[in-house]
Design a protein around this ligand. Sequence first.
Ligand code: HEM
Length: 131
Amino acid sequence: MGVFPLMWAIHVGCVVLSVSGFVARGGLMLAGSPLLATRFVRVAPHVVDTLLLASALWLAWAIGQYPFVNGWLTAKVLGLLAYIVLGSVALKRGRSKRVRAAAFVAALATVGYIVSVALTRDPRGVFELLG
Ligand code: HEM
């Protein structure tokens, strides 16, 4: 047992903070709000995402399953990379609001997939239901 429940709670807590923060920043982006450039709004996600990743690595070590060894953890890491790239297109790189909005929706779909992989511990995640 030990600190596993604590690390699990930090991981899942950071997932909730990361996704709700991303949704909030997406709202600011769509509204064209200057708040998006605020120091707190720019720095807080890095703190949350660093804790998210650190707790992820700790959990993986604790259960003895690893990305590029166990398929579902590989899927989570690749999904996380896709979420980061789509997220940065949505919040800054996208040239037009259409592109940014599309990347925003795709990033949210990606997180949904990652959560489904976490819950099923299967790289197919929600697509497992297709049979
Ligand atoms: C945005 C990215 C991520 C999301 C949304 C996410 C989501 C979750 C959720 C919801 C759980 C709880 C599942 C459960 O207890 O049934 C979980 C557990 C876990 N996650 Fe993540 N995660 C992410 C990134 C990662 C990454 C990159 C790794 C791999 C290095 C990872 C490794 C783990 C491990 C090892 C567990 C514990 C599984 C167990 O209890 O057997 N996570 N994750």
